[in-house]
Write a protein that binds this ligand. Structure first.
Ligand code: NDP
Ligand code: VHF
Length: 410
């Protein structure tokens, strides 16, 4: 069978599984996820061995790729946490009566079949599978190629769990080739079998999505996140938040890549911020460099996602210029303002059109777990359907249930 035919088969199988999943009870789906967790624990040796093969061949992002026993057990624990989350399917979102007596309810439904393309981070294989099952969706996973052996081993355990619990095993399928043609095929919808594609990744993937997507896409793409230090910032908060926002983990999509600082406060505050960013390369505009010695930022640095200990710094005239800069160079992921002035903060919160807008806290809070969602597929950076952290509830649609008593329309 050619790769194209195999993918079409995955699509058909996923559609059949989705049709079964959506009518299973919440308890049955919970049991399926718990069984997946058990099988992951049972397969720890096999998964670690597969990961050693991946690690031996990989040259980059090794920490993200690496699994050891503790990390595999953490994957299983995360599955159990998703099993314990409230089930969104069938939940009544609102209900009302019309004057003619019709009773109308808006009720959550699964989306159907989800295609998920993600980076070489093996835990996402299990997280995404669990969130999809929790929300009644079948999923076709396309792992980053550096993690393919690890993802295949995790996937075998997940399917064994589904089988043990009596759920359709094709509810979770994994594309078993690193060929990027599979990414295009998923984006094309596999002849109508895929209802939604979730691409999670960076620049190369963005371009591919723009070129090839023929089905709805819930983008989880780059995070060019900004922290804006307003002139009324509390200096201590500013220093500790900026340090955390940049340096806590530099490689994640919620890391701050650009610091904007008001011209009024920059002379007094920038030296302290720079000192706190030990180990971070600073690239500033002329006004920043007149205050602290640092490399020069070029036009390319604005809007750049470094995923590294590098920070672009721009001194701005005030709130309006900061908001303009974010609108021009940001990726609508996450931005923060540091200020003690509530009115300015509210203006920033209302006028910045990013998925997550934060007042006096670190951009690294861009995370489903930190939002209390239990787990996440990632941070949605598009404008449709769901924005910000995507958990089980965000992977549902809804339909209307209309109950009558013989009404006919005049
Ligand atoms: N918004 C969010 O929730 C998140 C966003 N990210 C973003 O992901 C990026 C970091 O991850 P990184 O490892 O660089 O991810 P990549 O974008 O390199 O890879 C992600 C996935 O996309 C595939 N891919 C990449 N380019 C192409 C292409 N041109 N055609 C077809 N498939 C492609 C990869 O396949 P292959 O393995 O073959 O390269 C992989 O499966 C950052 O930009 C980060 O902000 C990361 C996590 C969460
Ligand atoms: N949102 C999560 C996950 C981020 C994440 O997975 O990023 P990456 O290391 O680019 O795959 C967090 O803040 O930890």
């Amino acid at each position: 069978m050619s790769m194209g035919e195999q993918l079409l088969q995955l699509g058909q199988q996923a559609r059949e599984a989705a049709n079964q999943l959506r009518i299973l009870s919440a308890d049955t789906r919970s049991e399926g996820i718990r069984a997946m967790a058990r099988k992951v624990r049972d397969s720890v040796a096999e998964i670690v061995t597969a990961n050693e093969e991946d690690m031996g061949a990989a040259t980059q992002n090794l920490d993200r790729l690496m699994l050891n026993e503790a990390r595999v057990f953490a994957i299983a624990d995360a599955l159990d946490e998703v099993a314990a989350l409230p089930d969104p399917v069938g939940a009544e979102m609102s209900r009302w009566q019309r004057p003619n007596g019709l009773d109308i309810a808006r009720v959550r439904t699964p989306i159907g079949v989800i295609g998920m393309i993600y980076e070489s981070r093996p835990n996402v294989t299990a997280d995404a599978a669990a969130i999809c099952i929790r929300s009644g969706n079948a999923v076709i996973l396309r792992s980053g190629s550096d993690a393919l052996n690890s993802s295949l081993a995790i996937h075998r355990a997940l399917q064994a769990g589904l089988a043990e619990a009596g759920l359709p095993i094709h509810a979770v399928q994994l594309v078993d080739t690193p060929d990027r043609a599979a990414v295009s095929a998923l984006l094309g919808g596999l002849n109508g079998s895929v209802d939604l594609v979730i691409p999670r990744g960076g620049k190369g993937l963005v371009q591919r999505v723009q070129d090839d997507a023929k089905v709805p896409v819930l983008s989880h793409l780059e995070g060019v996140c900004h922290t804006y230090v307003h002139k009324a910032a509390d200096p201590e908060k500013a220093v500790s938040i900026v340090r955390n926002a940049k340096m806590r983990r530099v490689g994640i999509c919620g890391a701050t890549e650009c610091l904007l600082i008001d011209v009024d406060i920059a002379p007094s505050l920038l030296p302290g911020i720079a000192a706190a960013l030990e180990g971070c390369e600073l690239r500033g505009d002329d006004r920043a460099r007149a205050i602290v010695g640092m490399n020069s930022a070029t036009e390319e640095d604005w809007g750049k996602e470094y995923l590294a200990p590098i920070l672009a710094i721009r001194v701005v005239d005030g709130l309006e210029q900061a908001i303009d800069h974010i609108a021009t160079y940001g990726t609508a992921h996450t931005e923060a303002i540091i200020t003690e002035d509530a009115a300015t903060a509210e203006t920033f919160l209302n006028e910045v059109d990013s998925a997550i807008v934060i007042w006096n806290a670190s951009t690294q809070f861009a995370d489903g777990g930190e939002f209390g969602f239990g787990a996440e597929i990632g941070i949605a950076t598009g404008k449709m359907h769901a924005r910000g952290p995507v958990g089980p509830e965000q992977l549902t649609s809804f339909h209307y249930l209309v109950r009558g008593d013989g009404q006919v329309r005049p």
